[in-house]
Design a protein around this ligand. Structure first.
Ligand code: PDD
Length: 307
């Protein structure tokens, strides 16, 4: 694998800095192993969540764990550890990772190890993995200048296929869309649904601002119900900016004033171009900046207290 860049520990960049918890046992990222017979590896049969810390405390853990369980239920997959056990595994796994900085935590639950075949009964116990790695803040230019999206040619999964509401380990739809963005030098890929409406991006939800009102595609458009998306409704209410869901199309973009995307790790990122379409004034918008500032205030307020 000559093409894989390695760090001094011999693992690809970043992996050595991670800590990983496999079924309760913590090792460094380059030591962690899961069987090749795990149906997560074989079939993408599993679900996941990505959390981040503020003030080194996992943020909105209850919301992420509720979504993890809802995703798993859609696959008839059990999540055996209690929420309390998962929280204590999160703490164990992140201990020592990026000691003076923030951490990203990925929880994965897969069908577990079993013989080849799609019958879930061949797997006795789900595999529960937690990956903790340093959170890397976006480069400074992202907030300052805004980013460009491409509209992917691949459509977001139809809700009656692999429903995007499931935060599934089966991510090929997202990977294919993001490959188009990477090839085009764009920051993210915007996916349309089977009706040609805006759905979401490969790793984030999408919003526009029109006449002072913030709009985001409805859940019925086929998208992940982002924790940050939901938080944005609350953050908007805090600062007196209405946030609503609305069907959006590419043809609406020339008339919008601002656009942004949201996710746990990226927070709120201004979008200034979609393909060749300039958004609003061509720079990050004022409403976007206010929402980001308020979201950060809330995140700090909720994580800065004593234990
Ligand atoms: N991505 N839509 C998709 C397809 C996503 O993968 C994500 C999150 C979001 C935003 O959801 P949230 O606000 O709950 O992070 C929307 C995470 C960060 C990831 O894939 O790691």
């Amino acid at each position: 694998m000559d093409s894989v860049k390695t760090n001094t520990a011999g693992a690809p960049d970043g992996i050595g800095e991670a800590s990983v918890n496999v079924n309760g046992v913590v090792t460094s990222g380059d030591q962690a192993v899961v069987s090749v017979f795990d149906h997560g590896f074989l079939y993408g049969d599993g679900v996941y969540e990505t959390l981040r810390t503020y003030n080194r405390r996992p943020f909105l853990t209850d919301r992420h764990l509720a979504r993890l369980r809802a995703s798993a239920a859609r696959l008839s997959l059990e999540v055996p550890p209690t929420d309390g056990e998962l929280e204590s595994r999160l703490r164990d796994t992140m201990r020592g990772v990026h000691p003076h900085g923030e951490v990203v935590l990925r929880i994965l639950v897969t069908r577990g190890v079993g013989d080849l075949g799609y019958d879930p009964a061949v797997c006795r116990t789900p595999t529960v993995v937690i990956i903790a790695r340093p959170h890397r803040a976006s480069p400074e230019w992202v907030d300052r200048d805004g980013v460009r999206l491409v509209v992917a040619s691949v459509l977001r999964n139809h809700p009656r296929s692999v429903d995007p509401v499931i935060k599934s380990n089966n991510l090929l739809n997202n990977v294919l869309a993001m490959q188009e963005a990477v090839r085009d030098g764009a920051y993210e890929a915007l996916l349309l649904n089977h009706r040609g409406e805006l759905a979401e991006c490969s790793q984030s939800n999408v919003f526009v601002v029109r006449d002072g009102v913030v709009l985001t595609p409805p859940l019925d458009a086929g998208l992940l119900e982002g924790v940050t998306r939901n938080l944005l409704f609350e953050v908007g209410a805090d600062i007196g900016v209405p946030v609503r869901d609305a069907v959006l199309r590419q043809s609406d973009l020339p008339a919008v004033d601002e656009m942004f995307i949201t996710s746990t790790t990226r927070e709120v990122v201004p979008v200034v171009l979609v393909g060749g379409q300039v958004i609003g004034s061509g720079g990050p918008g004022r409403v976007t900046a206010r929402l980001l500032a308020r979201l950060r205030e809330r995140a700090h307020a909720l994580t800065c207290g004593a234990d």
